[in-house]
Design a protein. Structure first.
Length: 260
């Protein structure tokens, strides 16, 4: 049964991740979601049927058949689909048939979309962060109610508040180094990972800063941009959250019980 759940989650992630392109494109450009969802950004004419199908459109034309304009980020839907399939499949392996799989699948898809926007636009959009939080909270409450895990909600609230306050303090101290979008996202990640345990929340942010430091130094060395190199932090926060959800228990034990 767990194998079927994992396979279904992976396939769902592949399709949903591909369709996240509409969200990433519209939110990043700060435009509405008026139909048609799939259309040429240059002439705004609707895409052909094949160009609107999940995954198929990546292999279809890379130029608009009407105006000849090139399709921007033509392979991004496929990349988001593959990443989403990997993330949701891993979440399903972690939770199995537990009802808690639902909120963490929502979190996983949201983190993929947020990372894509942040990489392209250097911003973490409220139009994804707030709906994610609105969807997460009732799903986490439902998961707690079904399994009588009310203590998990208290830990989620504590971790979310502490993460938000900590990142807000950094934002006030170094506003150019930590945007307020990162502050908002930290609260969402704190709530989600804190529901699993305070140790999970610590691992999420610890992993985010470690990954950010290591990869950031590597990017600066390759580009010779120095400390002025602009690197979005959202993808590292997303990666840290996924690491914490999947391997939070052993990592927290390794961090807090060394030498014990």
């Amino acid at each position: 049964m767990d194998g079927l759940v994992t396979a279904a989650a992976a396939v769902g992630g592949l399709v949903a991740g591909d369709q996240l392109e509409v969200v990433v494109e519209r939110v990043g450009a700060r435009v509405g979601f008026e139909r048609p969802w799939h259309r040429c950004p240059k002439c705004e004419r609707p895409a052909a049927v094949a160009d609107s199908l999940p995954l198929v459109r990546v292999l279809a034309r890379r130029h608009c058949p009407h105006c000849g304009g090139a399709t921007p980020f033509a392979t991004r839907p496929l990349l988001m689909g593959l990443v989403s399939a990997l993330v949701l499949g891993a979440m399903a392996t972690r939770f199995g048939t537990d009802v808690a799989l639902a909120p963490f699948c929502v979190l996983g898809l949201a983190l993929v979309a947020i990372s894509a926007v942040d990489i392209e636009r250097y911003m973490i959009p409220n139009r994804i962060v707030y709906p994610t939080l609105v969807a997460l909270i009732p799903l986490l409450v439902l998961s707690s109610a079904l399994d009588h895990r009310w203590g998990s909600l208290a830990r989620a609230a504590i971790a979310g508040a502490v993460a938000f306050a900590g990142f807000f303090a950094v934002h006030l101290a170094v506003p150019k180094g930590m945007g307020f979008g990162d502050v908002r996202l930290s609260g969402v990640i704190g709530v989600a990972t804190g529901w699993l345990g305070l140790g999970h929340a610590f691992v999420a942010f610890f992993a985010a800063f470690v990954l950010g430091a290591v990869i950031g130094i590597g990017v600066m060395a390759v580009t010779h941009g120095g400390r002025k190199t602009r690197i979005p932090f959202g993808p590292f926060m997303a990666a840290g959250a996924v690491v914490a959800v999947l391997w939070g228990n052993p990592l927290a034990h390794a961090l807090f019980h060394r030498g014990a």
